[in-house]
Design a binder for this molecule. Structure first.
Ligand code: NI
Length: 199
């Protein structure tokens, strides 16, 4: 063995060992963490005025985004992207329920949510609730939000986590996506989950 080959061999062995350790130790632990830590029970009010809970969506995938209707840019852009992804899947997307949960329940009443969701996918469901109900569901999904005073007039913006969550038909966490995920990438990944589904 030349010195160079020796170094390459040692490096390769080290890399393989590291990969094996990562898979054995990290993989299952990470999966278990994700499955147990993201999501959970909620009781909220739909934009139709109806009270809904997480159990109402069993058997369906939930594609969830948290935001607020007064958001000037990121929220509408993300909801549009989600809508386009589902639109491109056509009937294939039927098992997926798109959901928009407000983190600004003070202003986002059911009525306001109703007019807002009408700009997006026809099946997009807007959910609001009491401050406590919203705090509880946000905690379950590890969503951070905070009121940011921007004007002396009393108008404000909300600082918030901007992640799209995919939950499975049994209510457990499957995946999450950045708000910048292109609709075609989101659609491709959703199709992958739908195809592998046993439902
Ligand atoms: Ni926003």
């Amino acid at each position: 063995m030349t010195k160079r080959t020796k170094i390459v061999t040692v490096l390769a062995a080290f890399t393989i060992a590291l990969a094996v350790i990562t898979v054995i130790v990290g993989g299952p632990r990470l999966e278990a963490y994700r499955a147990s830590q993201v999501g959970g029970p909620f009781t909220l009010t739909a934009h139709t005025g109806q009270i809904v809970t997480d159990r109402d969506f069993r058997g369906q995938y939930m594609l969830i985004y948290f935001g607020f209707t007064f958001c000037p840019d990121i929220c509408p852009a993300t909801l549009l992207s989600m809508s386009n992804a589902l639109e491109s899947l056509g009937a294939e997307a039927d098992p997926i329920q798109p959901i928009f949960i407000t983190i600004d329940p003070e202003r986002d009443t059911a009525d306001l949510m109703a007019s807002y969701v009408s700009y997006f996918h026809p099946r997009l469901l807007g959910l609001t609730g009491t401050a406590e109900q919203i705090a509880s569901v946000a905690r379950a999904y590890h969503v951070y939000y905070k009121k940011v005073d921007s004007h002396s007039s009393g108008n404000y913006l909300m600082d918030h986590t901007s992640i799209i969550y995919l939950m499975g038909p049994d209510g457990t966490y499957l995946s999450h996506y950045s708000d910048r995920t292109p609709p075609e990438d989101l659609a491709r990944d959703l199709r992958r989950f739908l195809k592998s589904s046993t439902f």
